[in-house]
Design a protein around this ligand. Sequence first.
Ligand code: GLU
Length: 513
Amino acid sequence: MSNVRVRFAPSPTGPLHIGGVRTALYNYLFAKKNGGKFILRIEDTDQKRYVAEAEEYIIKSLEWFGFSPEEGPGLGGDFGPYRQSERKDIYGQYVTELIEKGHAYYCFDTSEELTNWRLENEAQKIYGVKYNHATRMNMRNSISLSKEESEKLIKEGNNVTVRLKIPTGRTIDFTDVVRGDVSFNSDELDDKIILKGDGMPTYHLANIVDDHLMEITHVIRGEEWLPSTGHHVLMYEMFGWTAPSFSHLPLILKPVGSGKLSKRDGAKFGFPVFPLEWFDKEEDKTYQGFKEDGYLPEAVTNFISLLGWNPGTDEEMFTLEELVAAFDPTRIVKSGAKFDVDKARWFNQQYIIAKPNTELADLLMPMAKEKGYDVSEDFMIKFADLMKERAEVIPDFFTAGGFFFEMPVDIDEKMAKKKYKLENRPHFDALIASMEGMQQFTSSALESVVKSYIADNELSFGAIMPILRIGACGTMKGPDLFETMELLGQDEVLSRMKASIEKFTALKNAQNG
Ligand code: GLU
């Protein structure tokens, strides 16, 4: 077992977005590739944005994909607790350590004072003013105030916060695995709050302390955290700890245009951005997930693995095990990756085609029951086999193959009128009679009955086949007609054909009439 330890550290503020799934996946792949450990840490220090259902949702989603962490809340591990809210007592000593070392200081500014300060600056056209080396002496904190006054205010404890004291004139360098050399000028960094007025650490402090205590060796996370990494590297230095390796993943972009993929894009372009169904309380709205929309977890995994990473070859199809073997973080790209819906559907289709029919039948059976279709397991397996090439997502089986379960009410009348000739009625009656007399209603027997009838009577395929198809299925679209008829069964085909021929005759008569 190597000492590689990586973590996925979501904040439970809502459902897991597809970008978060990719972060989790890359962490998992890196851990597995290196014989290391993949850890889940719940970063719930922001009580205002906390959503109770989110943690369970995250765990269930990762389970659905099949890349669950080995350590985490409810999973055990030697480095727990794995929820930051349960680690509150741990952080205090590290805040004290930074204060004692002169790397952090107490602040007494109320939020009202801070807002006014910002507004006054804006009135003078100074936007985005920073609490830092240039301004901290004008504020109320333990650096600007006298020792006595500071001590009094600390004792009173009214909303006292602690900020990092960023040193001046420093260049902070680190090498990001994805972006190469990154450097920050410390004069441009703000004195970030590390302990909030409610006694909770901020993300920055808790994240560093926990990564250190949990012995995280590699941090692989979204690029939105890159601007904070200067602060993080400095904090490692202030504590005298070794910083982990950093890889910042590119954004997942909208299918068209620019910008980060949002849940609204999902609704707009007709695809899910969450793994599983999510009920949004604020919006009073349920979002369907990839699962409910009929995507297979292994297909989504394969698809998202390539959003921001490539194997360096043209190879596109990867199982999770193959991804583990191929994954190389130095091949993660810097530029954002567009979410291509057609590609997602294409991957899903490949996985549907490759999936054993029995497994597909297991997925389809409950859906069929829900629709009120009462069919056998054997029927479902054959149905899956016939329709799998035509389904990009699981519900396509029923939209494109609904005629296997019941004759559609809205049959393709236009095509029927075009192809059906009244003078051919005797031929269809004869064909129906032949089918009625068949001992074995198999596709090969059907094929020979129909084809020899066409040949013997010197008819054209175009005069007969489309009518048999619409007559039996209601539509021109579908898999091999004879195999379809075999699965529908003799009784069903005969009753549909008889009714259809009557209907087509009536349609034609009305047309001519
Ligand atoms: N809690 C942060 C998030 O929600 C984690 C960032 C990190 O991985 O350091 O994205």
